[in-house]
Design a protein around this ligand. Structure first.
Ligand code: ADP
Length: 261
């Protein structure tokens, strides 16, 4: 440390090397801090279901034999919490996995989007989801199929989760020379403007109770953003409270693998 200070003013090759070294140390320190924060966030989130589980198991132990109602209710809640914990752990693992991007073939966005829409409709038959695209377009994107499906799946899930009406969702796909645009627009509750900068943060929820009630973990959008950025895409959002929200994702064309400029 002292030696580095000593050479602070150098303007030769060694000075340049020291600069590089210093930048590397800052980066390393940041990634270390990020990892620490990740672990502390994750532990905090896992503590809640474990506490609930513990409470209900104690109830069962004390009253379960004499009170079948308590038994049935506590077992139900316990199973629900275990289910939540499992999704949380799976999503945390998704986030922690930092594989390199791997794309041998482009992904046909129209075809894949149709698949995810059908899948979602089976789970939520009440939802109205329309796809707007030009059948003559070839939207061949530089992304892995799994990553793209997960992006669309998470956005659709939120569009259905955060509405008080019958979900009415419009997905539009447009082709541009360098990148493709995917817009997911809903008629939901919307997001206040002061919350918008935080919705991609891990574990951020505008309304914790509502998110929990629908099985949300607060990780969906963090995963979406991580995936979009891994494939050199971009994501943005606009929203009107009480009207709806629109997410816009851009993904480079397969022939433009090096990213959007
Ligand atoms: P969650 O598991 O809570 O849904 P997400 O990371 O997917 O976590 O989203 C973070 C928060 O952003 C949500 O809790 C919700 O408050 C808000 N949000 C996300 N998508 C929408 C949407 N389409 N409409 C309104 N609010 C949304």
């Amino acid at each position: 440390e002292a030696k580095i200070e000593l050479h602070e003013q150098r303007h030769d090759e060694i000075g340049d090397l020291l600069d590089v070294y210093r930048k590397m140390m800052v980066e390393l320190e940041n990634s270390f801090l990020q990892q620490q924060r990740f672990i502390s966030d994750a532990s905090h989130e896992l503590r809640t279901p474990i506490q609930i589980l513990e409470g209900h198991l104690n109830l069962i132990k004390r009253w379960g034999k004499d009170d079948p109602e308590v038994l049935a209710e506590s077992l139900d809640t316990s199973l629900q919490e275990i289910h939540r914990m499992r999704s949380l752990i799976e999503e945390l693992l998704d986030l922690a996995r930092r594989e390199k991007k791997d794309i041998q073939n482009g992904v046909n966005l129209i075809e894949e989007t149709k698949k995810v829409i059908n899948e979602t409709k089976q789970l939520h038959p009440e939802a109205e989801i329309i796809l707007v695209s030009n059948e003559n377009d070839t939207l061949n994107a530089a992304i892995s199929r799994d990553a793209y499906n997960q992006i669309v799946r998470n956005l659709l899930q939120n569009a259905i989760r955060y509405t008080e009406k019958i979900p009415n969702i419009r997905i539009s796909l447009t082709n541009a020379a360098e990148c493709h645009k995917i817009e997911v627009e809903d008629n939901g509750i919307g997001i206040q403007s002061d919350a918008i900068p935080r919705i991609f943060d891990r574990f951020f929820r505008v309304d914790e109770a509502r998110s929990r009630e629908h099985g949300g973990t607060g990780l969906g959008l963090a995963i979406v953003k991580m995936l979009v950025e891994k494939y050199d895409g971009q994501i943005s959002v606009t929203s009107k409270v009480g009207k709806g929200t629109k997410f816009t994702v851009k993904i480079p064309d397969f022939n433009n693998k090096d990213g959007i400029n």
